[in-house]
Ligand binder design. Structure first.
Ligand code: DC
Length: 226
């Protein structure tokens, strides 16, 4: 059967990763979470003390990058991100590393390096990749492109519930502000701002269950591999 590249982009906290993972398992494809790759760089830069001040030490970050081997492994708990063979999955999922990732992802040479790594990962096709610039920059020729969104209020409520479940609650208004700030930063940065590719299918999941969203995505996928 024909193998394709599936590019899934969209706003933060709209359930992209859950969707992308479920499609990858349906299709028997590899799944790549590119946000995790920016988070791994952010973790390494934080550990090296390069993000301690307002100004990032760019020459040191440039030297650090080629020493980082970012990859994914399958564990009984699901796919985890590795940094130089260390499982860093739980460490990259904190709010602190999320905002550090937002800072490093705005640096052109960081993006260049990660984009070329992502392109190499998808060369053999049979891959579902999610992020912000997959359909626009990483794989502009992807056979299936999906742009996922939901209203900021729905996304804030989902994040609020997640934080509560993790035992790290935050007031709803702060979570909503964070969602709106991230949207603004992601869509207004100079390099590879988040936008819907002209040939991407829009999936607004504000009023969809997980099952409804998965079956919609699977039907789009099935139509493409026919
Ligand atoms: O999806 P996420 O929250 O794990 O992403 C972390 C940060 O990385 C977020 O600020 C957006 C950025 N990012 C990006 O700029 N390009 C991507 N392809 C993926 C994530």
């Amino acid at each position: 059967m024909k193998k394709i590249v599936v590019a899934i982009d969209g706003h933060s906290s709209c359930g992209k990763s859950t969707m992308a993972k479920s499609l990858a398992s349906y299709a028997g494809y590899k799944y790549v979470d590119t946000g995790a790759m920016y988070r791994a760089v952010a973790l390494a830069a934080t550990r090296a003390g390069l993000l301690d001040t307002q100004e990032i030490d760019l020459p040191k970050l440039r030297d650090l990058l080629p020493t980082l081997d970012i990859d994914f492994i399958v564990t009984p708990q699901g796919q985890h991100t590795t940094l130089n063979a260390e499982d860093v999955e739980s460490q990259i999922r904190t709010l602190q590393i999320g905002s550090a990732a937002s800072r490093v992802s705005a640096i052109p040479f960081v993006r260049e390096q990660l984009v070329s790594l992502q392109q190499a990962m998808g060369r053999a096709k049979g891959i579902v990749m999610d992020g912000r610039d997959i359909g626009t920059v990483v794989f502009p020729d992807a056979e299936l492109k999906v742009f996922v969104t939901a209203s900021p209020q729905v996304r804030a409520q989902r994040r609020y519930d997640e934080l509560q479940a993790k035992g790290t609650p935050m007031p709803y208004d702060d979570v909503l502000r964070d969602v709106l700030d991230r949207d603004y930063r992601d869509t207004h940065r100079d390099i590879s701002p988040l936008r819907q590719a002209s040939d991407a299918l829009l999936l607004d999941n504000s009023n969809l269950t997980r099952e409804q969203q998965s079956s919609l995505l699977q039907s789009w996928f099935d139509a493409k591999i026919r």
